[in-house]
Design a protein around this ligand. Structure first.
Ligand SMILES: Cc1cc2nc3c(=O)[nH]c(=O)nc-3n(C[C@H](O)[C@H](O)[C@H](O)COP(=O)(O)OP(=O)(O)OC[C@H]3O[C@@H](n4cnc5c(N)ncnc54)[C@H](O)[C@@H]3O)c2cc1C
Length: 397
């Protein structure tokens, strides 16, 4: 057993860290207050090769495996601790992989090179006003009529709606194509949201992750070309689960990256801040908190890379079972955001009032990390439900 990264992976990490520290970190306050990642930063990320990095080289991606993509997610989380840029990054990596793997060549040619170049945004539209955890219970319809799908319904809490409406791109829509078949009657279809008759968007205000929008997409007899169907009709539920299995590992990595950076900022602060005549770092109460969060983040980080490895073993090498993937991914998507949020929240208290101030270095991270406890990429309880089902077997769960 070897816990080290290859020389190539280390080189990738260090050059990415350098690039992101130049082009992303200095703009974090700006993206959080203006509500948008600067386009120049997006273009720089494209130049670094990390936008849609799982997409194959013929469409401008790197065809990256999950370990490499997870390294990038951790670094993007470190570089922008609000986690907004990580969302932009990981949605394109997770769902770009699905589009590339199952999409029709004509649709891929139209969309994917524009994702990897930084022009288009690509995300996922699954959640509805009636709920997000129960994917099979969703109501949006996609009914085939000749060479088109007619879409009716509403998607809500969708990340990147404003970006796709403004700059182009769209979402992998999960909808019912044969409603009587429940989850076996769902299809996945690429939907742009700009200039599509019958498609309207609006925005939702969030408490954090301000640099990326969240919104609603309403479909009223909207027509999408059948060429935008991803893979086979009525298999959309399975593509959605495959995408979530990738995106959830990346979410976890980004949370850990942000928490590690926040812990480093906290260490610098407590070494300098004096209370009751000595540095905060001298108090054992604070030292214990530091040691505990470090240990928990190390444990979660090990699980993150284990899950990335399991995902590659199953989907790329056909070596481990889907059950192993579900166990690893659900465990880490529960544990990593919880450990990361706990660490970020506690470190924020070391800063006292400065930790609550928008001028301080960490408050935006508290707001951003909280999104992963609320549901983004799957609610915490749902991770436990999935894990328990695998452990007990379907007949006992
Ligand atoms: C910032 C943000 C961005 C998002 N971006 C996207 C996006 O880009 N695309 C997209 O499709 N969705 C997106 N979502 C939605 C996200 O996927 C959903 O929030 C998530 O799936 C949960 O769905 P819900 O919010 O409807 O909660 P519900 O499904 O209504 O669940 C409510 C609560 O019940 C719990 N619960 C659910 N089922 C069970 C059960 N069986 N047992 C016990 N407890 C249970 C959940 O843990 C949760 O706490 C985003 C969410 C947020 C917060």
């Amino acid at each position: 057993m070897d816990f080290s990264f290859s020389e190539e992976q280390e080189l990738f990490r260090s050059s990415l860290r350098e690039g992101l520290s130049k082009h992303l970190t200095p703009r974090v306050k700006e993206l959080d207050s203006k509500g948008e990642i600067p386009r120049e930063t997006i273009r720089e990320m494209a130049r670094m090769g990390i936008l849609g990095m799982t997409i194959s080289e013929e469409y401008g991606g790197m065809g990256a495996d999950m370990i490499t993509t997870t390294i990038a997610a951790e670094e993007v989380g470190r570089a922008d601790i609000t986690l907004a840029t990580a969302v932009y990054f990981l949605l394109e990596a997770g769902w770009g992989y699905i589009f590339d793997r199952y999409g029709k060549p004509s649709a891929k040619e139209q969309v994917l090179p524009r994702v990897t170049s930084g022009e288009y945004f690509l995300g996922i539209a699954s959640t509805e006003p009636g709920g997000g955890s129960d994917v099979a219970g969703e109501k949006t319809l996609a009914i085939r009529k000749g060479d088109k799908y007619v879409i009716n319904g509403e998607k809500m809490y969708i990340s990147g709606v404003a970006e796709a409406a403004k700059y182009g791109g769209g979402f992998l829509l999960v909808a019912k194509s044969a409603p009587e078949l429940a989850h076996k009657g769902m299809s996945m279809i690429y939907t742009p949201v700009r200039d599509v008759p019958g498609v309207t968007t609006s925005l939702i205000r969030n408490m954090g992750r301000e640099g990326i929008s969240t919104g609603v997409i309403v479909f009223k007899d909207a027509e999408l070309p059948a060429d935008y169907l991803i893979g086979e009709e009525n298999k959309g539920f399975y593509y959605a689960m495959e995408g979530f299995n990738h995106a959830r590992v990346l979410v976890s990595a980004a949370c850990i990256g942000a928490a590690q950076r926040v812990l480093e900022l906290g260490i610098e602060y407590i070494k300098n801040r004096e209370v009751f005549g000595q540095k905060l770092s001298k108090f054992q109460g604070v030292q214990f908190q530091l040691a505990e969060h470090y240990a928990k983040l190390e444990a979660a980080r090990a699980l993150v890379y284990k899950a990335a490895w399991v995902v590659d073993q199953h989907y790329k090498l056909n070596k481990l079972s889907l059950s192993e993937v579900i166990k690893s991914v659900s465990a880490v998507k529960w544990l990593a955001p919880v450990f990361a949020f706990d660490a970020i929240k506690e470190v924020a208290t070391w800063f006292g009032a400065y930790g609550y101030s928008k001028d301080g270095p960490v408050e935006a991270s508290v707001r951003g990390a909280f999104s992963y406890l609320m549901g983004a990429e799957g609610a915490l309880n749902v991770m436990k439900v999935l894990l328990a089902k695998e452990l007990l077997g379907k007949e006992h769960a």
